[in-house]
Structures are given as C-alpha cells and as structure tokens.
Design a protein around this ligand. Structure first.
Ligand SMILES: Nc1ncnc2c1ncn2[C@@H]1O[C@H](COP(=O)(O)OP(=O)(O)OP(=O)(O)O)[C@@H](O)[C@H]1O
Length: 356
C-alpha cells in the first residue's frame, strides 16, 4: 500500500533548461506562505512554472492537497488548466479585451459554470477585494494596485490549493506598494492553501513570509523562518538580502513604540500600526554611551558573534533586539564577545517605516 499524499505541497523535481538545471525538494503545509528568494537566474520562475504545470519536470513528483499532479515515473502530468493551482505573474496577464468581471469569472467559465452564475461569484470576489464600482472597467483603466487585486481575485475564485505569485508587487510604484503589500498580507493570512511568493524585495519577504526558501543556481541553499535566516544567513546572498532588523510597533509623530520602554525614532511623521526596519550595517556599536547626533541609542548585550563575509555579525539582546554588522577591528578594539554590554545607535534617517 502506498502512503497517503500530504495535505499541502510535496515536490521533488528536476528540470533542465539548456545548461541550467533545477533540482529541488520542497514541501509546505496548508496555510504556509513561502517566500522564494534568489539571485537573477537562480530558477525561481522555473520552479513556479513547474508547479503550475506550465513546464513539465524531466524527473520527479509533485502533489498538492493529496492529489498527484506530476509523476514522471508513471508518465503522469495533469495539465495546467486542470490543476487547482493559482498562478499570478508579474505583469498580471489580465485579458485586455475583457472587463474586470469577465477577467475574474474566467476560471469558473473555463470550468463550465454558467455565465450569470460565474459573474455573480466574480462580483462577490471583487467586493471582497475592495473593487466594487470597477466591474465594467477594462484592465487598461486600472491602476497597478487595482490590477494586482483583480489578478489575485481571478486566481482565488477557483479555490486553488496552491497559490503561486511571481513578483506580485513589482509593477507597482513605490508610493502604492506598502498599502497593496499590507492588503496582500491580509488576504494571504486568511487563505487556507499554501502560497509561494517570488520577490527580490527583502522587506516584502520579511513581511509576507512564514518561511523563506532561498534558491541559488537551481538548488535550495537555505530554508527557515525570516528571523532564522536573518540571524544565520548561510550564503552571502542571503546575508545581504535578508539581514534586516524588523520590528512592529505603534507610531505617533516621529516616534514608534516597539515594546515596553522601547521606542524607535524615525525621520518622517507616521501614525498607527507600522513596521520599522533598518539594516545591521546601519548600527553603530560602542561600549560607552555615545554622545553623537543619533536619536536612537539603546543599551543591550551581545549574545552571539559570527563571522559574516568581511564583517562580524553581532546578535544583540535588549529593549530593542537587533543584529549589528561591525568590522573585525571594532570587535577587537572594543573587546566584544558574548556577554559584552554595549550601546547600539542608529540614525533616524537609516530607519525605514511603513504601515503594518
Ligand atoms: N524558456 C527558457 N529556455 C531556456 N532556458 C531558460 C528559459 N527560461 C529561463 N531559462 C534559464 O533558466 C535559468 C533560470 O531562470 P529563471 O527565470 O527560472 O530564474 P529566476 O530565478 O526566476 O530569475 P529572475 O530573478 O531573473 O527572474 C536561467 O539560466 C535562464 O537563462
């Protein structure tokens, strides 16, 4: 007897594209949001295309929600149109000649649902996405954020068990990104299936992911929670990308309260629930309380010291826990090691702040 297939995603595939080889084993539980990171050409889009059924694996197996979608040993391949997999690509690929309702209803129509029925489902989804009033517009009459929501509604309406998002926010301008990102996060929180999101943006990764998987040269080089990755990056690429201090707090004016007696000063006025982020290299470490111009000065204790490329990454515990990258010379001069009491300072201008 064969073991039952898992309720989430289970994939072990090898795909060749000319010289490039993707060789990946990946599984995910329902409800997990995996952010897939990796340098250009690492194979992220290739992996999504294989999972979506756009590409066939050379060898391997893929199952989603207990259903086998590919099994090369048995010559089994479920066509992309018949997979319960939603795939949202970077440029949305909305049908330009169809209006918004028709775009969203498309998947249901393709499955044979009657037109009126499919459209009333689509209208309900548009309402859920905050898009009422846009039903009859054509894709070219939408903003980037609206088009992104239409694309998401179009994928979710067919109740996929796996949702694949290839750089879902890349087409948005910097101004609308934080808001759409927060919306996307809310949608993903209530989505019961597995999600895989490809992004190049570390903030997006840290905000959306319950788990981060890093792909380099067609192989998974690291897999863990965002904070595990930030604390113990295993490659230069990971270190550069996700080595980010990220805190959640409540803002008022230019001050964000991130914990009891812990505040972070930021350079612009904000209010309400926010995230604040700053890179480890923006942190200055001293053993005496500094008297400079930095508005953020926190006491802490070094708990971990790790070589990290040309620098040394310190894990600091205190009112504001953080990672700090310092030079080996500074470590030697200040005599730093686990247990050292230090002052960490960060300029307000180095802190990024955005809505939670
Ligand atoms: N249609 C194709 N035919 C042959 N090779 C391809 C094709 N598409 C991509 N490749 C190759 O496959 C490799 C992985 O590409 P892929 O697009 O999956 O990477 P990626 O991680 O998504 O990169 P990026 O971040 O630049 O989008 C690259 O070496 C690329 O040249």
């Amino acid at each position: 007897m064969t073991a039952p297939l898992p309720p989430g995603l289970a994939a072990a595939v090898m795909v060749r594209r000319d010289e490039f080889v993707l060789n990946v084993e990946l599984s995910a539980e329902p409800g997990e949001v995996i952010v897939l990171l990796g340098p250009n050409g690492a194979g992220k889009s290739t992996l999504l295309e294989v999972l979506a059924g756009v590409l066939r694996p050379d060898t391997g197996r893929i199952s989603v929600a207990g259903v086998l979608l590919d099994d090369t040993a048995r010559r089994l391949h479920v066509d992309k149109a018949r997979r319960r997999v939603g795939f949202v690509v970077q440029d949305y690929l909305l049908f330009p000649h169809m209006n918004v309702v028709e775009n969203v209803a498309f998947g249901l129509r393709a499955r044979g649902m009657r037109r009126e029925h499919a459209q009333s489902h689509a209208i309900a989804w548009l309402e859920r996405m905050g898009l009422e009033g846009f039903e009859r517009r054509k894709p070219r009459e939408l903003s980037g954020g609206q088009a992104q929501r239409v694309a998401l509604a179009r994928s979710l309406i067919v109740d996929p068990r796996l949702l694949l998002l290839d750089e879902p926010l890349a087409a948005l301008d910097a101004g609308s990104r934080p808001k759409v990102r927060a919306e996307l996060r809310r949608h993903l929180e209530s989505y019961p299936g597995c999600t895989i999101v490809v992004t190049h943006d570390p903030i997006e990764a840290m905000l959306l992911a319950t788990r981060v998987v890093v792909l380099e040269s067609g192989e998974i080089v690291q897999d863990g929670t965002p904070s595990e990755l930030a604390r113990h990056p295993r490659t230069e690429y990971v270190a550069r990308l996700v080595g980010l201090n990220l805190l959640r707090g409540t803002a008022s004016g230019t001050v964000v309260e991130v914990g009891p007696h812990a505040v972070v000063a930021v350079a612009r006025e904000v209010s309400g629930a926010v995230y604040v982020a700053f890179p480890p290299h923006a942190v200055t470490i001293s053993t005496d309380r500094p008297v400079g111009s930095a508005r953020n000065v926190w006491p802490g204790r070094v708990t971990d010291v790790e070589a990290h490329g040309d620098l040394v990454r310190l894990t600091i515990d205190g009112t504001v826990p953080m990672l700090a990258d310092v030079t080996p010379v500074a470590v030697a001069d200040l005599g730093l090691g686990p247990g050292s009491d230090v002052w960490a300072s960060v300029k307000a201008s180095e802190v990024t702040v955005y809505p939670a």
